[in-house]
Design a protein around this ligand. Sequence first.
Ligand code: NDP
Ligand code: MG
Length: 386
Amino acid sequence: SLLKRVTLLGSTGSIGTQALDVIRAHTGRFQVAALSAHSNADLLIAQAREFRPAVVVIGDERQYETVKTALAGQPTEVLAGPAALTEVAGRPDTDIVLTAMVGYSGLLPTVAAIRAGKDIALANKETLVVAGQLITRLVKEHGVGLYPVDSEHSAIFQCLVGEERNPIEKIILTASGGPFRGRTAEQLASVTKAQALKHPNWDMGAKITIDSASLMNKGLEVIEAKWLFGLTNDQIDVVVHPQSIIHSLVQFQDGSLKAQLGLPDMKLPIQYALGYPERLPSDFPRFSFLDYPQLTFEQPDRATFRNLPLAFEAMRQGGNAPCVLNAANEIAVAAFLRDEIGFLQMPSLVESCLTKVSYLAEPSLDDYVQTDQETRRVAHELVGRL
Ligand code: NDP
Ligand code: MG
């Protein structure tokens, strides 16, 4: 049938609510099978009343009664807690699982969805950073589709349609540079979280907004791209493009470059991932070159924004190093958002964790879980000492 049933994990977030806008605009094509939130019970309840999914999961168990009571008489089962999220991700009555939760919390539900043979629309890039080797192996074993939602990766994915037989020479990920592009390390030392939370081009959740300001987001995207497109470490370049119109590029072995362009609007890559291989109609604002007479490009400042070279280094090390990088960064961002550490202490924390947590070359799923926990312990200790 043409109707796709969508499990939307992280439905109350920036990506989640935009995904529901896309689904609402195409009710003949998409139907919501399941929704989940971490603690925003009110929005989850409103979404469940509108979309009438078979099941919802509230991550925070203390909110279970609230959600259960509010949805009494609705056709929706209510569950709570992280184990329920993983169980729901692997349920049979759905076609595609959109992973729009933030951080490491995506790993186990994504694994469960793949093992259940579901296609994945992947917004939760941290899952591929943490366990790209394992996830891509499972995707192959179970023959499921893995469709990127991240705008850069969607751009590359779109450029590769019809090019299945043509090897990639390299890809170029574009980066906006974030709100602190051009600043010196001295200036960065004293930036506040309010300044870091103001992204010039995109309105996103807090964690990815801080990652964009520190260039960790681009570092995570480099690792995400490696696994999505089966690239070697040397096939990935980053260029700063402050207007965020060219969403990324692919270079083929004849030297030809293909790019995907558009206004910065996550609904387009969300809709492409959900609708693939079809391009569904949209009323998203159209791009006009005349509004952007200057598209500019520059090198990222790797000496000042140390997260970018740290991510490349973790990618080169492989094994559990990207998992360490991710967990250390999650603790660092949370500490920065609580005003416990400064902006430049985030990369320092990541770097220390990469040297302190023991290296594993061929981690199992359980090893990733252990590495994540161990890194969080080490990172918390370091935050306490700063
Ligand atoms: P938000 O913070 O806006 O939303 C996160 C969602 O996940 C919310 O539904 C939240 O629930 C839920 N959530 C939070 N913590 C947990 C947890 N521990 N377990 C389960 N669910 C949880 O994030 P974004 O929408 O901005 O980002 C989501 C993912 O998409 C990230 O991986 C991000 O990197 C990626 N992405 C986002 C882009 C964007 O434009 N926003 C662009 C490209 C990628 P609650 O609301 O109850 O807290
Ligand atoms: Mg992106």
